[in-house]
Design a protein around this ligand. Structure first.
Ligand code: HEM
Length: 215
């Protein structure tokens, strides 16, 4: 086995590039608090994997969405587990992002030269919250419907542009199949892409600036 690995490594030179990518100097004082961002990232990966599995059975249409979720939960093998893992990962992601932010605030790591990374990080929080909001509608049940009525109504209270934002978000004056498809597109394509891009920026800046030395 070792021979095969060293043959592959000789041909592709993997271990050298792997080392230059991952081996970094760390500040002298480290603690488990520095793992909170990594936990958040692990949850993002869990969300992508379980979301990809759910997308094989979920049907984003006005007539089918509710039944497809019931089918996933009751009939598809391990469907209930995958759905629960997706939901729990989403909730825990928000919790761990907030804890990670708290760690950054306590260590004053938001100060220059890391101020732009704080902004990039904050945008990932907005994307995570928006993903949660759009995902909440997808089961297409009463709770999902009314939560979205309340959530989108808040947009209409924004001065001057409120009504336009409401129409844009709902895809019409009421919540309908158009809203469902719109939220589905945002949830499975636009937001994950934005999250991937922002995290790439976030990690790139961490690589460039290194992790701050704490207090
Ligand atoms: C899905 C969301 C996020 C992920 C996966 C993530 C991941 C990470 C990771 C792995 C680190 C390395 C050190 C550590 O873990 O503490 C880090 C550092 C950092 N993060 Fe995040 N982060 C996220 C969201 C945020 C948010 C919301 C903010 C602030 C609003 C933020 C601001 C920062 C800053 C300023 C650093 C540099 C800290 C230092 O050098 O000590 N991050 N992030």
């Amino acid at each position: 086995m070792g021979k095969i690995i060293s043959l592959i490594d000789k041909r592709f030179n993997l271990s050298t590039s792997h080392k230059s990518f991952l081996q970094r100097d760390l500040p002298g004082r480290m603690s488990y608090l520095y793992c909170l961002g990594g936990v958040a990232f692990t949850l993002v990966i869990m969300l992508v994997l379980t979301g990809m599995m759910l997308s094989l059975y979920y049907v984003p249409s006005e007539n089918e969405a509710f039944h497809s979720v019931v089918r996933i939960t009751q009939e598809v093998k391990l469907g209930g587990l995958i759905r629960a893992m997706h939901k729990w990962s989403a909730n825990l992601l928000i919790l761990f992002i907030l804890l990670h932010m708290l760690r950054v605030v306590v260590h004053k790591a938001y100060r220059p030269p890391r101020e732009l990374n704080w902004i990039a990080g904050f945008m990932t929080l907005l994307i995570a919250l928006s993903s949660g909001f759009t995902g909440y509608l997808l089961p297409w049940n009463q709770k999902a419907y009314w939560a979205t009525v309340v959530g989108t109504n808040m947009a209409s209270t924004i001065p001057f542009f409120g009504r336009h934002i409401l129409l844009l978000v709902r895809g019409g004056p009421e919540i309908s199949g158009v809203t469902l498809v719109r939220f589905y597109g945002l949830h499975v394509l636009w937001f994950p892409m934005a999250m991937g891009l922002l995290l790439w920026v976030h990690f790139h800046m961490i690589k460039r600036q290194g992790i701050s030395g704490g207090l």
